[in-house]
Design a protein around this ligand. Structure first.
Ligand code: SAM
Length: 241
């Protein structure tokens, strides 16, 4: 007798892209990552997010995670032993994930790096606080250091969210139209061309005629020229790279 197809077995599902964040403020997550496209993808199980409390590995009755800087100076530094324990616990459960420390001293986050990370199994992110993290744990646990820009924020949670958003929107099925990724800023080393929509005329400014003519070759050429001009004017470094 043929097998019934009324209740087929569910197809095997690939394990979701996994994000683990080590933080003193797990309550900040998912925050903005719980809404819109990235939030929908989270609720659909296209990626998973676990925020781990570093203080669970803190020392003594007060669960201390920091101490004063060796050599003196302002502020506090996150202890190597505490951070290592937090990283090791997550790594034991997810050994294949790259571990990244968000820090202004890191390599700038770029679209190609976000794409590489999105193509992998996920990430472990360490969000620093205070004056940052003891150098020995960065070296000892071979943490990749990534910065989200040349400014200093009060903690690594927002940088972690920035990195996660940049990666998750690249996961298969997260954005509706795959095409919208291909022409975005930074793809092909260019900033994006200007975009327009209705109304056709607004406050005396019309949409460029070429975009309304329906000639797709001319539109593509116009967009390419605009993208090149704006990149040359604003970010000549992108082209050189
Ligand atoms: N003393 C550190 C320095 O001068 O490089 C800054 C520490 S900052 C006040 C505290 C934490 O915020 C850092 O450990 C890091 O995790 C995070 N952070 C701040 N700015 C960042 C940036 N631009 N990119 C990535 N992480 C950043």
């Amino acid at each position: 007798m043929p097998e019934s197809t009324d209740h087929p077995e569910p197809l095997p599902v690939a394990p979701a892209w996994a994000a683990h964040v080590l933080t003193l403020f797990p309550e900040m997550f998912p925050g903005p990552l719980g809404v819109s496209l990235v939030g929908t993808a989270l609720h659909e199980g296209r990626w998973s997010l676990a925020a781990h409390q570093i203080r669970a590995h803190g020392l003594g009755r007060h669960r201390t995670v920091d101490d004063s800087p060796a050599g003196g100076g302002a502020g506090m530094v996150m202890r190597a032993d505490v951070i290592a324990a937090a990283i090791d616990q997550v790594r034991a459960a997810a050994p294949s994930l790259p571990a990244i420390y968000l820090t202004p001293r890191g390599a700038p986050l770029t679209q190609p790096r976000a794409r590489q990370l999105a193509d992998g199994p996920g990430v472990i992110l360490l969000a620093g606080r205070f004056e940052g993290v003891d150098q020995r744990v960065i070296d000892g646990r071979a943490l990749e250091e990534i910065s989200i820009g040349d400014y200093v924020l009060s903690g690594g949670e927002l940088p972690a969210m920035v990195l996660l958003d940049a990666c998750v929107r690249l996961l298969p099925g997260v954005l509706g139209a795959a095409d919208s990724l291909q022409e975005e800023s930074f793809e092909g080393g260019l900033l994006e061309y200007p975009q327009y929509t209705r109304p056709r005329e607004w406050e005396g400014h019309a949409i460029p005629d070429v975009l309304l003519g329906g000639d797709h070759k001319r539109i593509a050429a116009w967009r390419r020229a605009e993208a090149e001009a704006i990149t040359a004017a604003r970010r000549p470094d992108l082209r050189r790279r």
